[in-house]
Design a protein around this ligand. Structure first.
Ligand SMILES: [Zn+2]
Length: 442
């Protein structure tokens, strides 16, 4: 018999070890309590039954909404009364057209959509940065160079047509009563500025969105806008102060048991608070960003917890995010305030070295010796100095694939793989052109 999702999470947390991926994209439904169901997908959908119909949290993404609905419809045929968006990331709102389709095909009204007031402006920003968002996903999830963006599906807008927009918005907090069940919505800053976490007293349950993702918090993503670590931690502390017995994040496993939930929430909160503390005190003493990145560390034991492993985002990126939040974009190195072009520096260095090929070979030797950070600088310079050289690009592809293999986070792996593929393409080599794979696990 397969282990119930709540037994699985208890085992992972209690033993401190996950022997299978906690982020599962099964599209299968699990009942978590009487009248509460979860469908695990790239982002999950959580549903609560009420006397007036179903209340759903998130809609999953454009590619999974329909499959999630099929699973839900085998569990209940009640109408969807309300859809609450935990935040405006596309993997949470992009499946809503499947909910619209479901209502239409059964002649029922659309579910009313509730969200924080910053969600609609977020969708507007995504429309204004449509191409950029596709570039991000091509790198992060596909490991693909930008040149692959013209492939199948490239005409699809990033915010899918037919995405349901919120009809009820709130600012700080809001209580909604549906069919005799109370839903207390709380605004939180954290992964985004438009997060909603919901406390449902009847079930002693929290629907948490992405404030908890069974990975190191997505608080540093190098390609995305500002994240808010202290506000994030504060929201986790607030969740921990409820009588919660059932905790349902939008990625990873649901968790049961008050003490177990509280210890997870407090561990993530402490990790974020400690990082902010360390970075800000180093800033206060005049350190540069580069020094801080080299010096600040998260307790390695915390990074082994089954819900804090840096498999998606990672602490180094969070440090940069904290610098940007409390400082600015300049990293404190005077030459980088108004830097020379990459090509000008590369040409100068190649000449000093005695030729581009010497620079490239040195990069290869450094990579072989495990000096991957320096190796990447040198090979980028070699490629900047000789962008047409197939020989340089062959080495660059190898250096970045080696770098990729040494990384733990999906974000680093994706970006380094996309650099490798960029060079494979420049060197005329074959590589797999694949569509972005939306998965937190590799
Ligand atoms: Zn998410």
């Amino acid at each position: 018999m397969t282990e119930h999702v709540l037994e699985l999470s208890s085992r992972f947390i209690d033993t401190g070890r996950a022997d299978s991926p906690p982020n599962r994209v099964t599209h299968e439904l699990s009942e978590l309590a009487d009248g509460v169901a979860l469908v695990e997908a790239f982002s999950h959908v959580v549903v609560v039954k009420t006397d007036d119909g179903l209340v759903a949290f998130d809609s999953s993404g454009p590619g999974s909404g329909r499959r999630v609905l099929e699973s839900l419809r085998r569990w209940s045929d009640d109408p969807f009364h309300t859809l609450v968006y935990s935040h405006g990331h596309i993997d949470h709102v992009g499946g809503s057209r499947a909910f619209a389709q479901d209502a239409k095909s059964s002649g029922r009204p659309l579910p009313r959509v509730i969200a924080h007031e910053n969600l609609n402006p977020r969708l507007q920003r995504y429309r204004a940065t449509n191409g950029y968002n596709k570039v991000i996903n091509a790198r992060q999830f596909g490991g693909s160079p930008v040149s692959t963006l013209g492939g199948p599906g490239s005409q699809q807008p990033f915010v899918p047509e037919g995405t349901l927009e919120p009809v009820i918005e709130y600012s700080d907090a809001m209580t909604a009563e549906v069919g005799g069940i109370e839903f207390q919505l709380h605004h939180a800053m954290g992964e985004t500025d438009d997060h909603t976490w919901t406390w449902i007293p009847h079930h002693q349950m929290i629907s948490a969105g992405d404030q908890f993702i069974w990975n190191f918090p997505n608080c540093g993503n190098p390609q995305k806008v500002q994240r808010y670590p202290l506000e994030w931690a504060a929201s986790l502390r607030e969740m921990a102060s409820t009588d919660v017995e059932l905790f349902v994040p939008a990625h990873g496993l649901p968790i049961s048991g008050h003490d177990r939930i509280v210890s997870c929430l407090n561990n993530v909160a402490s990790t974020l608070e400690q990082l902010v503390d360390d970075v800000v005190s180093a800033m206060n003493s005049g350190s540069t960003l580069n020094d801080i990145v080299g010096a600040v560390r998260v307790d390695p034991e915390a990074l082994e917890l089954p819900y804090l492993r840096p498999l998606y985002d990672e602490p180094e990126f969070v440090i940069r995010n904290i610098w940007r939040l409390y400082g600015g974009w300049w990293d404190g190195k005077p030459s980088r305030l108004k830097p020379a072009s990459d090509v000008a520096i590369a040409v100068e260095l190649a000449e000093l070295a005695g030729g581009v090929s010497i620079l490239a070979e040195r990069a290869r030797a450094l990579a072989e010796a495990g000096e991957l950070r320096v190796a990447c600088h040198l090979i980028d310079m070699a490629a900047d100095a000789a962008p047409e050289s197939a020989a340089v690009h062959e080495i660059r592809a190898w250096v970045y694939l080696t770098r990729r293999a040494a990384e733990s986070s999906l974000m680093s792996k994706g970006i380094f793989e996309s650099a490798a593929n960029e060079s494979r393409e420049a060197a005329g080599q074959e590589f797999e052109r694949r569509r972005p794979k939306l998965s937190l696990e590799e």
